[in-house]
Design a protein around this ligand. Sequence first.
Ligand code: NAP
Ligand code: G4F
Length: 350
Amino acid sequence: MKRALITGITGQDGAYLAKFLLDKGYEVFGTYRRLSTPNFWRLQYLGIFEQIELLPVDLIDSFSIIESLKLAKPDEIYNLAAMSFVGASFEQPIASAEITGIGVVKFLEAIRNIAPDVKFYQASTSEMFGDNSFSQQSEKTPFEPSSPYAAAKLYAHNMVKIYRKGYGLFACNGILFNHESPLRGLEFVTRKITNGVAKISLGLDDSIELGNIDARRDWGYAPEYVEAMWLMMQQEAPDDYVIATNETHAIQEFIETAFDIVGLDWKKHIRIDERFMRPVDVNYLKGDYKKSLTKLGWRPKTRFKALAEIMVNSDLERWRRWGRGEHFPWDAWNYPNERKILSRKVKLDR
Ligand code: NAP
Ligand code: G4F
């Protein structure tokens, strides 16, 4: 039985990847941070919480990384842990560099010294292309990061290549474009919209406050993207791959599509709020995944409208279940603005 160690298992991709690997018969070890309030709702939501061996690791702490390697003895490591919210990286640029950048080198050093045969996957990102002027981005497109998050990820990306070339480690960079799902954090724009749309359509709220809705993204469906991570690790030689849909849509199109699903006019409910504008933004992303198709046999299946439908319907269902008094794993309880609504006594008639 193969053993996998997933860092960031409490996040969106960590949870889907854990489920994917368990279904493949892997023994799965997952790292989590010792927070005052445990954050295992996604693993519970997917019904896999009891099947994971959990290990406490913080990427700022080398010793916890080394310990996790010794305990898990993995064949494959998937490094998904990061401070992944781009907006927050402007507020905490130093933490971003230490966790998202240097944290990866701590892992690479531990592998080089303790377990040089283990395979390593690094969660690289389309954000590294930055505010670029290319009509689509592939593995060959130059990087031009425009956030502390992207700069930290690019540093990590380059270190993975250096350790691969210099020390012969099996280390891959998956350059993943935005991928979303009902397990996406509520601060990211797609889920913020679908959660808002669900509340508005049920009469629980009236508006969604957003920043730059002209930016364009290449959005795919997260469960399909974790399969691509695994495929990269099954190749003869390590390499870097773009994973994307090769479609680009403005945030405004996502808004229109999500409101259409519930039959409402988006213009009546969207407010532009400066607080959600970034000092620098990435305005255009569209990924060319030809290499992944040719070498990994991977292609995206769920497209833009279907993705919006999955997310809106899932958020509607959650608010309806809450309205029926049901208890279930859900992140809304972790967010102060949501709690204000959750603490009301409401009878839903929709
Ligand atoms: P996510 O939901 O935000 O999950 C991030 C994970 O990292 C969480 O488990 C978080 O733990 C953990 N983490 C944060 N700081 C840490 C630290 N100091 N030490 C250890 N763990 C820490 O992100 P995601 O969407 O699943 O993305 C997974 C990875 O892919 C991230 O590296 C992200 O940057 C990258 N990526 C994502 C996308 C995308 O569109 N989703 C695209 C390209 C690349 P807590 O639960 O304790 O906060
Ligand atoms: O949903 P976002 O926060 O995702 P962003 O910045 O593209 O980053 C995500 O994808 C990256 C891959 O390219 C990952 F590496 C990263 O970890 C993360 O998963 O914002 C998308 C766009 C931005 O242009 C932002 O300015 O939406 C715009 N936006 C407009 N109003 C907003 C909002 N974003 C958020 N989060 N909240 C808003 O109110």
